[in-house]
Ligand binder design. Structure first.
Ligand code: FAD
Ligand code: NAP
Ligand code: SF4
Length: 675
């Protein structure tokens, strides 16, 4: 008997059966653009072997003008068909099924050739689209249907027609982007003509025994988005036009509401999909922030959907389904929804990977093979760098001893998880605990390791992390000047007015911690919806509450400062920085850049501006919290070197600048692969 009867139940689609209710949602990984089709195939095949019921590829352009960026992968020629065949064959050999997503970006395309319903530039792309005429619209429909036929020829089991997230088809649906007065605009009947026609023509092109998923935007989260009545009308029409499955899209890319970031509650939008249940006869998939089998099972068991889409969780662990089936869900590497190695990479033009699993999309390059000669390995520091080297080395057959002076493994992850909105870090540390115990690693906690303790090991790895940087501000030795560690470990109370020195990742997180009191909105869907101004699309177009965001008042008055004369938070995560900035703004945090720290005294923190140290100002503050960056803790590494040893130094102990868990884990894993 499984713990996940709904999740692991097969799904009969008539002409074919999916072995379970897990869909790997579409992700643009950048792999197809490498043209290394063996690498693409291995990425998908690993997930097929891991038991996913159905996978959807990253978006493939149906034509040049529809590509998300110039050179975006697509299925344009016969040669493309042969390349895609390498992928589909390998997936089928792995026991999986795969559908190709057809993604026409419309006005979101990063190219001067982009096209749309009306010539209205999007706020997130540089080119105004060309308004399509009747002939142009017919060409787009034809190209999408042709791409679907080619997908069938390439061995795919189906296609997903991308109709959500504000892409081309979505742009025809709403008056926000469709100002036409011909038969493709005006009434809703006219505005939905294009998506419906596309599904009809795709069905005609692929025949009956082929899966067509239509991804439908169920809550646009933009002004003048669809009402839920319009969503229902479209779903019924799409079903009648020949779709086999309807998948859920949540929010346009230009929406100012977070939809998949870590601060979004788990399964935050399953209720939206549930509203469609019973209105169509074909299966309905729900999506967004579903990252464990427990959450997925709950969503299905409560009737929110027939199937769940998980995308990033399958980057974090290719064996997600197999582990759930084996009753070892606690071994599934958790997606913490950080976006740091997946979406942030995509939007920086880099190949995706995963913070917790650096092998994701690097399956053919980062190979973990059994060690030829097992060795004894000492690892000092059980933060993410030390944990990943220890786990990978043990996996390869080395005998690993892992030391930490703390009572619990995790290092700075134990500080990260105190931040409201970063609750997923709890699960990450829990997972590491399970894996360390499973791997037979000799774990020695509560031990401050010195150079004398490390005799007799073949290899020594130093992962001792970082120390807070001393900013050298006159008066910083006062009792009311705290380090971020004092605050986040609860050793000190910051009082009601706080000045935070340093607006990097930690300064932002500490500010977030300080302005919140009580329950984190991330753990309560109604609270979170109120905070971001989300409502039922049956009540308001696009699901945007007319009264806007209504956050709780700030628990403290916080001023966040930095010396750089740039917008604070500019260097935070590519796809998540705006959320951190918006969240602090909603809590009335004053963010001040370009400051000099003059001194701290009874009045608070004295600052001035510019090289001439002008415009002196006092930030009244009961406490000042120092988040001024970090420096490597190399004391143990240096002591070993002084004794003639040659330890490996990784993570923050190696380089503290721009350190994050992604780099720490990647470096640890790659070192262990070579030991
Ligand atoms: P650490 O995590 O610092 O681990 C070092 C370990 O070594 C510690 O456990 C320490 O006890 C142990 N140690 C040191 N000396 C000795 C000794 N002599 N003997 C025994 N044990 C010793 N990163 C992200 O990627 N994403 C985030 O969202 C994020 N959020 C963060 C939020 C906060 C509030 C903080 C503080 C950090 C955050 N980080 C985040 C940064 C991330 O946690 C660090 O980059 C990462 O933990 C560094 O890993 P590390 O293994 O090098 O060092
Ligand atoms: P950081 O991002 O490098 O920020 C350090 C801050 O301290 C900057 O604002 C810097 O700005 C200031 N500073 C530097 N030297 C100073 C000095 N001598 N005096 C006063 N201020 C000084 O480092 P961090 O905030 O400590 O974060 C550490 C790492 O953890 C980061 O690299 C980050 O990637 C990671 N992290 C990531 C996240 C995430 O969400 N992804 C969250 C938290 C932490 P000025 O020099 O302009 O003053
Ligand atoms: Fe999830 Fe972060 Fe990995 Fe992306 S990088 S898959 S969000 S854990």
């Amino acid at each position: 008997m499984t713990d996940y009867p709904h999740l692991l139940a097969p799904l009969d689609l008539g002409h074919t059966t999916l072995k379970n209710r897990v869909l790997m949602g579409s992700m643009h990984t950048g792999l197809e653009e490498t043209k290394d089709w063996n690498r693409v195939a291995e990425f998908y095949a690993a997930r097929a072997r891991g038991g996913v019921g159905l996978m959807v590829t990253g978006g493939m352009a149906p034509n040049r003008e529809g590509g998300v960026f110039p050179g975006a992968a697509g299925l344009f020629t016969d040669k493309d068909i042969a390349n895609h065949r390498i992928v589909t064959d390998r997936v089928h050999d792995g026991g999986g099924k795969i559908a190709m997503q057809i993604l026409h970006a419309g006005r979101y395309a990063y190219g001067p050739e982009c096209v749309s319903a009306s010539p209205i530039k999007s706020p997130i792309s540089p080119f105004p689209p060309k308004e399509l005429d009747e002939e142009g619209i017919e060409k787009q429909i034809h190209d999408i249907a042709t791409a679907a036929a080619r997908a069938r020829e390439a061995g795919y089991d189906g296609v997903e027609v991308m109709g959500s997230e504000g892409y081309f088809l979505n742009q025809f649906l709403v008056t926000h982007t469709n100002k036409r007065t011909d038969r493709w605009g005006g009434s809703y009947e006219n505005r939905m003509r294009l998506p419906v026609e596309v599904v009809k023509r795709v069905r005609e092109a692929v025949g009956d025994d082929f899966i067509i998923i239509y991804r439908l935007s169920m809550i646009d989260l933009i002004p003048n988005g669809s009402t839920f009545d319009e969503v229902l009308q479209l779903a019924k029409k799409v079903e009648a036009a020949g779709a086999s499955i309807i998948n859920t899209g949540i929010g346009w890319h230009e929406a100012r509401v977070p939809t998949i970031a870590t601060s979004v509650p788990r399964a935050a939008f399953a209720w939206v999909t549930q509203k469609l249940m019973g209105h169509v006869a074909i299966p309905v998939i729900t999506s967004n922030r579903i990252n464990t089998p427990e959450v997925a099972e709950q969503v299905l068991a409560t009737g929110c959907a027939d199937m769940v889409s998980m995308a990033r969780p399958l980057l974090a662990d290719a064996d997600f389904v197999a582990k759930a089936m084996a009753g070892r869900a606690d071994r599934i590497a958790p997606c913490i929804a950080c976006n740091q190695a997946c979406l942030d990479h995509t939007f920086s033009g880099k190949i995706s990977s995963c913070l917790v699993n650096p092998r994701a999309c690097h399956e053919t390059e980062l190979v973990i093979a059994p060690a030829t000669t097992p060795r004894t390995v000492a690892v000092v520091g059980a933060g993410p760098a030390g944990l990943s080297v220890a786990l990978t080395a043990a996996d390869r057959g080395h005998k690993v001893t892992l030391f930490d002076r703390a009572a619990r493994i995790g290092g700075q992850l134990n500080l990260a998880r105190q931040i409201p909105g970063k609750e997923e870090f709890h699960g990450l540390v829990d997972w590491y605990e399970v894996m360390v115990a499973d791997a037979g690693i000799d774990l020695r906690l509560g031990m401050q390791v010195g150079a004398d303790d490390l005799g007799g090991f073949d290899e020594i790895v130093i992962a001792t992390g970082v120390l807070p940087r001393d900013p050298g501000i006159p008066g910083q030795d006062r009792a009311n000047v705290l380090s971020y560690i004092d605050v986040l470990t609860g050793k000190a109370d910051a009082g009601e007015t706080v000045a935070v020195v340093g607006a990097g990742g930690i300064g932002f997180d500490v500010s977030e911690y300080l302005v919140h009191a009580g329950q984190s909105p991330t753990t309560d869907i109604p609270d979170w919806m109120r905070e971001w101004g989300v409502t039922d699309p049956e009540q308001a177009r696009g699901g945007l509450a007319p009264e806007g965001p209504r956050p709780e008042g700030p628990a403290r008055q916080v001023t966040l400062l930095q010396r750089k004369a740039e917008r604070p938070g500019k260097r935070l995560g590519k796809t998540t920085g705006w959320i951190h900035r918006a969240a602090l703004k909603m809590k009335a945090v004053e963010m001040v850049g370009g400051v000099n720290y003059e001194r701290i005294d009874d009045e608070g923190l004295h600052i001035s501006f510019g090289e001439a140290r002008e415009n002196p100002r006092v930030i009244p503050a009961q406490s000042v919290v120092l988040c001024a960056g970090q420096v490597p803790d190399r004391s143990l590494a240096d002591a070993l070197v002084a004794r003639g040893k040659t330890p490996h130094v990784i993570g923050g102990a190696d380089v503290a600048a721009e350190l994050d868990a992604k780099r720490a884990i990647d470096q640890g894993t790659r070192l262990a692969a070579t030991l």
